[in-house]
Design a protein around this ligand. Structure first.
Ligand code: PLP
Length: 456
């Protein structure tokens, strides 16, 4: 057997982990004592502590753009750590954050030129929402405080980002701030009425926003926050024209449109950002994280339009402070990593590569729809989701297993064959590293195909 890749025995690591680490979304009911111990990664592959190799289907957590094990990233991180490991973002400017902010301003659409650096996606969303309220307060519109968000949307785990998250919100025993938020119904076209066209579905979904604005009153609403594609809600691609019409409605009603591009940014759909390039929308604020550093170190950003900043700036505003900031805002090591990751994406033509291989990825994904237990397949770029649906004539126990645990069942069958997928109830989602080749896409979908066949 291959030599273990860890100093300690993998079973011991898993036991220490079970005893002491609280994982995200940790179950209070069952202790997981056999978690896979990740020990090493290279390219699109992750190795467990025993040295077994897996294709990383979800690309970490939708973040591993350039692939693992890049010496150039390690060098950039080490070099910056030795040169200037940290500086107060309150007191100083530095080359990495200034260069990166300038670069992001060039990459984002329209006049989105001002960058607030954060520690990840949640804090980027938090910053964007706080800015929307700050902006309205300064415009003498303090009553404009509400946020519109969507069912199935995911925006993070800080108190405010969790509050605008529309997943499982009624079942969740965690406190969230609901007074500030109104949720628009699910936009998943898979759930539309039989026979309803995509155009009609789009009209209905835009009307959901129009109705919320009518019911609440535009005078009370600060911002509408939306992922261009709802990622962890199940890779839900909006109907044609939906985002553009929503953004227009927001603009007409003086409501800020915040595009949460934490997943869709940095090449996932073949462009730096999806809002304008894919959906024809210039948002007021874009939030990003994850692929910004290809997951090597944590970093996020809220990128704000000049128009908004200009509206609330002035000589008489010297005493007015945007009191939002993190010890690690614009962390020089993280900014240096982001600059290097962006440079690699540019040098290796990874945006073009994604545009080239995405049709094959999507074709292989759609081919999975022939399985009887697959209800829907959907995606765009290098994002994909397979949703399991049980036939009504199956025994109840089997129906329940598929409708609730399709993701886990497929995950287990994939793991045995060397592929990691991300199970989400009755779905599996994919966002492999952008460097994935057509041959590796085939390898991934061959495994998935066999796994679904086995679960069936
Ligand atoms: N926004 C979106 C669309 C996300 O998918 C996520 C994380 O998955 C977040 C925000 C939160 O980012 P983070 O986990 O880096 O705080």
């Amino acid at each position: 057997p291959p030599r273990a890749l860890t100093r300690h025995d993998p079973g011991t690591i898993a036991a220490w982990d079970a005893d002491h680490v609280i994982h995200p979304w940790e179950s209070m009911g069952e202790e997981v004592t056999d978690r896979v111990v990740a020990a090493k990664a290279e390219g699109i592959h992750l190795y467990n502590a025993e040295g077994r190799r897996f294709i990383d289907g979800p690309g970490g957590m939708w973040c591993m753009q350039i692939g693992y094990g890049r010496r150039e990233m390690a060098d950039a991180i080490a070099e910056q750590a030795m040169k200037l490991a940290y500086h107060s973002p309150w007191a100083f400017a530095s080359e990495p954050s200034a260069l990166l902010a300038r670069k992001l301003a060039q990459m984002t659409p329209g006049d989105l030129n001002s960058v607030f650096f954060t520690t990840g996606g949640s804090s980027a969303v938090d910053t964007a929402l706080r800015f929307a309220q700050f902006y309205n307060n300064l415009r003498g519109r303090p009553e404009k405080k509400l946020f519109l968000a969507r069912e199935r949307g995911y925006h993070g785990s800080t108190y405010l980002a969790a509050s605008v998250t529309g997943k499982d919100r009624w079942k969740n025993p965690m406190d969230v701030e609901r007074r500030l938020v109104r949720f628009l119904p699910d936009i998943n076209p898979y759930h539309r009425a039989p026979g309803q066209s995509e155009a009609d579905w789009c009209d209905e979904k835009v009307e959901d926003l129009a109705r919320a604005i009518r019911v609440e009153g535009a005078d009370t609403i600060a911002a509408f926050i939306a992922e261009p594609i709802l990622a962890s809600g199940g890779v839900i691609v909006p109907p044609e024209g939906y985002l553009r019409r929503c953004a227009e409605l927001c603009r007409a009603h003086d409501i800020l449109f915040i595009a949460d591009e934490v997943v869709t940014g940095f090449g996932r759909l073949g462009h730096w950002f999806a809002s304008e390039a894919v959906f024809g929308v210039v948002p007021d604020i874009i939030t990003c994280a994850k692929g910004l550093t290809s997951g090597y170190v944590p970093l996020g950003a809220a990128i704000i339009s000049d128009r908004l900043i200009a509206e609330i700036s002035g000589e008489d505003r010297a005493e007015v402070l945007f009191k939002n900031g993190y010890t690690y805002s614009g962390h020089p090591v993280c900014c240096a990593a982001a600059l290097t990751s962006i440079e690699i994406i540019e040098r290796e033509g990874l945006l073009e590569h994604v545009r080239r291989v995405a049709p094959h990825f999507q074709a292989r994904l759609r081919d999975l729809a022939r399985h009887e237990i697959v209800g829907d397949v959907r995606g765009m770029g290098l994002l994909g989701c397979v949703e399991g649906t049980a036939r009504p004539d199956l025994p109840e126990e089997r129906r329940f297993a598929i409708d609730q645990h399709f993701g886990e069942l497929v995950d287990a069958a994939c793991e045995a064959r060397g592929l990691i997928v991300r199970p989400l109830l009755n779905m599996c989602v994919f966002s492999p590293p952008l460097i994935i080749s057509e041959g590796e896409i085939d390898e991934m979908f061959d495994i998935l195909d066999a796994a679904i066949g086995e679960v069936q």
